[in-house]
Every structure is written in C-alpha cells, then in structure tokens.
Design a protein around this ligand. Structure first.
Ligand code: F6R
Length: 243
C-alpha cells in the first residue's frame, strides 16, 4: 500500500488525475471504477479540467459505480447514477451507456447483483477503482461485519452512515435510504489498481485502522492491505492517527 500525504484534496486530485489520464492514454478503452460521495469530487473536477484542455478523452472508456441506494426513484437527484452524471459523466465525453451502476430499482435484487458482477467481468475487469472511506471504515457500502469475500449484494446501512449521509437528504436522516446494492469486498479487490482519497479529521480513525490495524471485517477497508496495488491519498488531518 502506497500512502501519499498531500496538503489537501486539490493536490491529491491532481495526482489521481495524472494516473487516470496516463491510463487512458495507454489504454483508451480502460474500465474505471467510480465512487460517489464528497471525497472524489475534486478528482472529478480535475478530470473535467483535463478533458476541457484536450488532455484526455473518455470516448472509448467504460465505468462501473461502486454502489446504489435501493428504492430511490429514477429521477431522484441523490440516486448515484444521477449523481455521477452531474459530477462527471455529463461533463466529459463518455459514450451513451458506457457507465453502469447496480440497479437499485430491480424487482429481483439477487439477479440484478449477479448480472452486475457478470457485466464487470465481461468488460474485462476494472483497471482503476476510485474509493472513498466511511467514518466506520466502510468502502463502497461494505459496512462493518461485511464478509471479506463478499460480492455485489444488498446491504443495510448503519445508523452512523445514514447520519453521515443525511447532509445529502435535507439533513434528515429519515430520508436516507436504509439499504443499498454494493460491490462486495472481493469485487473491489479484483480491480487492478485501487485509489482511495480521503480528507478530514473525521476520517482519521478509519484511515488508521485501514493502514495499521489488523485485517478485520469490523474495519472493512483493512482488507485493502491484501491488495498488491493500492494508493491512499490523504490530507494531514486524515493522516493524524497514523503512527
Ligand atoms: C459511495 C461510496 C462510499 C463513500 C463513503 C465516504 O459511492 O462508495 O463508500 O466513499 O461513504 O463518503 P464521503 O466521501 O462523502 O465522505
């Protein structure tokens, strides 16, 4: 695991964007893994800048989202498929249908999860996966107690994650969905390069457990210690608990 401490999100974003631009120059049809939430926003803004400057095209690339809320209406602004459209996809040149997410409105959820796993495999696997981390150590929505061997499935969000995400739902925790479809820890680990970005003192304990704790389902991100190519980009506040 490579740990890179930067002054803030914009500096980390430039490093992550360098990796993504280099990947797409080397392999224009690369498969990206996209996270939602606040952490990757600076990365997406930087990618949009590089695209507008003519440095990178996503025209042949494909992308898969990490997760999706269950039951949010198709036009809900917090549905992750809509969030990523606003934050990145609609601002660059991905081809129509090139970006997929788990179907949080599927009638048959196990079938939809299995189909999602297969779609990732059929695409050749994820070349570079962007990740954030929850205050409780979740990646995607693999909450504490998630199987380290898990695949895409339905998960119940912890009360803490719903509180953390209430800011996207009028500060009303009751409006935050209780369930998500999420790539599993084994799904994420199958990506060839994992890039986790995080800032802020509220993430310091999770970063400490991920980097220095024992590998444990109680801190799901700690499973990344077993991956051969992980880059972690944090600011000094998120790094504050590292030894
Ligand atoms: C969202 C996701 C989550 C977030 C995590 C941190 O697609 O995968 O694991 O990365 O909840 O969220 P932020 O970045 O909003 O603090």
């Amino acid at each position: 695991m490579e740990l890179i401490i930067q002054p803030g999100a914009p500096e980390s974003a430039r490093i992550v964007a360098d990796s993504i631009v280099a990947l797409l120059q080397r392999k224009p049809d690369a498969v990206l893994g996209l996270a939602t939430g606040s952490s990757p926003l600076a990365v997406y803004d930087e990618l949009v800048r590089r695209h507008e400057a003519g440095d990178v095209s996503f025209a042949q690339a494909r992308a898969f989202l990490l997760d999706e809320y269950v039951g949010l209406p198709a036009d809900h602004p917090q549905r992750y498929r809509n969030v990523i459209e606003t934050e990145l996809v609609g601002r660059v040149d991905f081809a129509e249908g090139a970006v997929q997410g788990p179907d949080g409105l599927a009638a048959d959820i196990p079938a939809a999860c299995a189909a999602y796993e297969q779609a990732i495999v059929d695409a050749g696997g994820v070349d570079l996966q962007i990740l954030g981390i929850g205050t409780d150590g979740h990646i995607a929505f693999n909450e504490p107690g998630s199987s380290l061997a898990s695949r895409t499935r339905i998960k119940t969000l912890t009360r803490q994650t719903r509180i953390d995400n209430a800011r996207f739902f009028d500060d009303d925790v009751e409006k935050v969905p209780t369930h998500t479809l999420t790539q599993g820890l084994a799904t994420i680990r199958a990506a060839r390069h994992l890039v986790l970005v995080s800032t802020g003192r509220h993430k310091a304990e999770a970063i400490h457990q991920m980097v220095e704790g024992p590998v444990s389902a109680m801190w799901p991100a700690s499973v990344l210690q077993h991956h051969p190519h992980v880059s972690v980009l944090v600011d000094p506040a998120a790094a504050a608990r590292l030894q």
